[in-house]
Design a protein around this ligand. Structure first.
Ligand SMILES: Cc1cc2nc3c(=O)[nH]c(=O)nc-3n(C[C@H](O)[C@H](O)[C@H](O)COP(=O)(O)O)c2cc1C
Length: 161
């Protein structure tokens, strides 16, 4: 029995998520990809997961460098979500303000939180890889989150300080 892909997508569109840009680094070159498949896994050790399409350019960066940084976007960073889900081959970071933490992956200025991680496991599941990352360093900021629901970006009108 196989499920119609549209039926599956229709169900997933009803799940409201935040939006992140996951960054990585290979041979000194930064790379980022917009990701909503992000979740907390464990507290001891602090671990998260991200789910990455193995056809995405970012995939090779993360799998070879074994580091990534999750940037949780704020509502006023929608332009970054669009930029890092576009098909920019290079100059992805042109005009983007960022700094680095422990791993060297880009931390986007103004993100609500960043979690700097080293990869501890990779699991292939169909077209995607689930990366488990041990969180080495985090920082948080106050603000309103960028949301994704019904196939579009939203400001959910929430705030955290
Ligand atoms: C809101 C949103 C969420 C996304 N979430 C994911 C995700 O969790 N995993 C993934 O592999 N791609 C996700 N994508 C798609 C990638 O951002 C997109 O395919 C990107 O172009 C890949 O870039 P790259 O090939 O330069 O790495 C998402 C896109 C959007 C707009």
């Amino acid at each position: 029995m196989s499920l119609n892909p549209e039926t599956f997508k229709n169900a997933m569109r009803r799940f409201a998520t935040g939006v992140t840009v996951v960054t990585s680094l290979k041979d000194g070159e930064p790379r980022g990809v917009t990701v909503s498949a992000f979740a907390s896994v464990s507290l001891e050790p602090p671990s998260v997961l991200i789910c990455i399409n193995r056809e995405a350019r970012s995939y090779l960066f993360i799998s070879s460098s074994k580091i990534f940084c999750v940037n949780v976007l704020s509502a006023d960073q929608e332009h970054l979500a669009r930029r890092f889900s576009g098909k920019l081959r290079d100059k992805q970071f042109e005009g983007v303000d960022y700094f680095v933490d422990q791993t060297g992956a880009a931390v986007l200025n103004g993100s609500l939180a960043h979690l700097d991680c080293e990869v501890t496991a990779e699991h292939h599941v169909a077209s995607h890889s689930i990366f488990i990352g041990k969180v080495l360093s985090v920082a948080t900021r106050s603000g309103s989150p960028l949301g994704y629901f019904g196939g579009d970006f939203h400001d959910f009108g929430l705030n955290i300080s």
